[in-house]
Design a protein around this ligand. Structure first.
Ligand code: SF4
Length: 416
């Protein structure tokens, strides 16, 4: 799953810990999640078709001897499923899936939950505080509704799912005289160990048009470098994922800042461009963290999140290796030019309320239940103990399914 101290990968300058849960324990929930989301190339679901961009990636990967190259395990319908259409390969997916072929809780699970009559969705509301009673158990969430009015919802249990920036922010500014460091933060770990994945674009330019924008944007992956092989000069691994950007976004976020003829010649050749993106495991560092900004406030007068990140040398070595391999792939099939794009600061936000066996090292136990407060749960990517190299949604969903069962059990037994 990820680097683990018990396997002897204790790396200086990191705050690596072991997960308190094994893959075997989580596997059943991964399988449920894959079936629920209709993940491609699992359970007999066909893969998405190969786009031109993927065919270029595939040809380069095979030249280098890579074996694990395919159109990905994606929660995008390759055939009609669950009342939603199949992917029409129109592209520009980063604008949002136009026909709902891509799974999203917004139009799958939430409407279904509403239909049961057991979900009361308070739209356009923002939680501003979690409150607790004398015993320390949380008992209410205070929020601003769509009109900015303060409301208070009593609660027997609270699950926070704001992900790795907003979840620690809410816990931190819910501090009280009983919990002066913020809720669930006796360890001081809330907001720490922020992980975001190693990123970076690599673009290859060819003699002939590629039309990289046609087809599902991310339907392609090379997984051979996913392994932990320290001989490469770094720990952990990475995936090489298919990517393209629409033309207005491409010069804005996909290219190093530039000007003049050389820069515009890249944009002029957009039609002939193929692209890949690095998704690599970054290592947790205690000082890579979310804190409350001492100056800037949001519309409700609450401190915004302040994010501090320093690359670990391992992160830099991994990125360099990935950029070199992607460049080699394109060069091997005759690219005229390779352009290394910038490295966006984050793709996936994770690990800022991580699960740990020892309460000293993290914020929650293996169920996402906070070590300090029995009826306070974290139900998002904050609970990942390490980032791994895969996109985290499936793990988040699997952990949430497992957590939901646990909460039902604990409620029935009146433990919470
Ligand atoms: S190409 Fe992208 S936006 Fe279009 S249907 Fe497929 S997933 Fe959705």
């Amino acid at each position: 799953m990820a680097l683990q101290n018990r396997r002897g990968h204790d790396i200086a300058g990191t705050s690596l810990i072991d997960w308190p849960i094994t893959y075997k324990e989580l596997r059943t929930y991964y399988e449920i999640a894959e079936r629920r989301l209709g993940v491609t190339r699992r359970n007999g679901v066909p893969g998405l078709p190969a786009s031109n961009n993927f065919k270029v990636m595939y040809a380069g990967a095979k030249k280098l001897g890579y074996q694990q190259v395919h159109t990905g395990h994606l929660a995008i319908n390759s055939r009609a499923f669950d009342g939603r259409s199949f992917c029409i390969q129109q592209g520009f997916c980063v604008q949002g899936c136009k026909i709902g072929a891509k799974w999203s809780a917004l139009y799958t699970e939430i409407p279904r939950a509403e239909a049961t009559g057991n979900l009361d969705l308070r739209v356009e509301s923002t939680a501003i505080r979690i409150e607790h009673g004398d015993t320390g158990r949380v008992n209410a969430v205070v929020y601003r509704d769509g009109q900015g009015r303060e409301q208070r919802q009593k609660a027997r249990a609270v699950c926070v799912a704001g992900n790795a920036i907003e979840t620690p922010r809410l816990l931190l500014f819910s501090s009280s005289s009983k919990f002066p460091q913020g809720l669930a933060n006796s360890s001081g770990q809330v907001g720490r160990n922020y992980c975001h994945h190693i990123t970076g674009f690599v673009w290859g330019f060819f003699e002939q048009p590629v039309y990289s924008w046609r087809g599902a944007t991310i339907a392609g992956v090379v997984e051979d470098e996913l392994i932990n092989e320290p001989k490469r000069g770094f720990a952990g691994g990475y995936r090489m994922e298919l990517v393209t950007l629409d033309l207005p976004t491409f010069p804005l976020v996909g290219l190093p800042y530039g000007w003049g003829r050389d820069f515009t010649s890249i944009v002029e050749n957009y039609r002939n461009m193929a692209g890949m993106f690095i998704n690599g495991e970054d290592l947790p560092r205690s000082d890579n963290r979310i804190t409350l900004d001492p100056v800037v406030k949001d519309a409700f007068g609450l401190p915004v999140a302040h994010i501090h990140v320093d690359d670990h040398p391992n992160d830099q070595a991994l990125r360099k290796h990935a950029q070199a391999q992607m460049s080699r792939m394109y060069e091997a099939i005759g690219a005229k030019r390779i352009v290394l794009g910038p490295t966006p600061p984050a793709t996936h936000n994770m690990c800022t309320a991580r699960m740990s066996a020892n309460p000293r090292d993290g914020v929650t136990n293996a169920w996402g239940q906070t070590h300090d407060i029995k009826n306070l749960f974290i139900s998002d990517g904050s609970v990942l103990s390490t980032a791994g190299a895969a996109n985290p949604t499936l793990t988040i969903v699997a952990l949430a399914l497992r957590q939901a069962e646990y909460i039902v059990r604990e409620m029935k037994e009146h433990n919470i």
